[in-house]
Write a protein that binds this ligand. Structure first.
Ligand code: CAA
Length: 263
């Protein structure tokens, strides 16, 4: 393992990012967030990516949250800058055009859980522990947890976890849909390999469009979201070039595509 805050390795288009502050259980401080942001900006430029894996260094922790020692003395204005920087960074994960998989190897708390929530997939080791313990510190989740957690598990469970701050094990995280799979601790890499092979067998543009349709669609009313799906579906077909020009507005693109389809 390098001494960088993010260790980046790559194999056949699959990039693995290891958050590397094991002595602090990979807590997210400003330097680590800045470095992660920088790496993600570089990945955004790449057209040859297949998938991105995000994990934590060491066997004990994925990420134990925002760095409490850095966070605790911030003024409201400094805290706003800190949270905005983190939110911009995790948003880049959602916007990457390839699947991003969190390999959760141990503690996944606070900002760590929020980072995992921004990933498309989460595979947890059977000893992983999840939680949003911020209220115990007198704060609330600040890296997207109050928004992404209810979208992932529903508002009742999100309120339960966020207002009690209770920690849950991997089995419960799987049961409530917070993670996709739970595997024995030593098998995280093998399962990630199997999963990325599955991605590699599928259309790159199709995966990109599916991701866009799901995330952008969730923020829209149903009709607009369905129109977006129609546009992205249309773009995938052989009439690609004709439809491309219409894609600027999802509503008009879908209308025009529908009439072209039935003509
Ligand atoms: N920030 C900074 N340092 C942290 C940290 C964090 N979030 N979590 C752990 N560490 C550090 C500890 O201070 C300790 O450092 P030292 O060895 O220098 O003392 C080291 O990591 C190991 O931690 P512990 O000795 O506490 O290990 P443990 O096995 O006894 O306990 C733990 C593990 C239950 C995860 C415990 O460390 C813990 O509760 N950590 C804090 C978890 C937390 O509250 N996270 C939320 C942070 S706030 C947040 O994330 C806000 C937001 O939404 C943006």
């Amino acid at each position: 393992m390098s001494d960088k805050l993010i260790d980046v390795t790559e194999k056949e288009g699959v990039v693995r990012l290891t958050l590397n502050r094991p002595k602090a259980l990979n807590a997210l401080n400003s330097d680590l967030i800045t470095e992660l942001n920088k790496v993600l900006v570089e990945l955004e430029q790449r057209s040859d990516l297949r998938a991105v894996l995000i994990t934590g260094a060491g066997e004990k922790s994925f990420v134990a949250g925002a760095d409490i020692s850095e966070m605790r003395d911030k003024t409201p204005e400094e805290a706003r800058v800190f949270a905005s920087q983190a939110l911009t960074t995790v948003k880049r994960i959602e916007h990457l055009p390839v699947p991003v998989v969190a390999l959760v190897n141990g503690f996944c708390l606070g900002g760590g859980c929020e980072l995992a929530l921004a990933c498309d997939w989460a595979i947890a080791s059977d000893n992983a522990i999840f939680g949003q313990p911020e209220v115990g510190l007198g704060v609330i989740p600040g890296f997207g947890g109050t928004q992404r957690l209810p979208r992932r598990v529903g508002s009742a469970l999100a309120l339960d976890l966020i207002t009690t701050g209770r920690k849950i094990d991997a089995a419960e995280a799987l049961r409530i849909g917070l993670v996709n799979r739970v595997v024995p601790a030593g098998e995280l890499d093998a399962v990630a390999e199997e999963l990325t092979q599955q991605f590699a067998g599928n259309g790159r543009q199709a995966i990109r469009s599916a991701k866009q349709a799901i995330y952008d669609g969730m923020d829209q009313d149903l009709d607009s979201a369905l129109a977006l799906e129609t546009s992205l579906f249309a773009l995938a077909l052989p009439v690609k070039n004709k439809v491309k020009a219409w894609a600027r507005s999802s509503r008009s693109a879908s209308r025009i595509f529908e009439s072209a389809w039935y003509d």
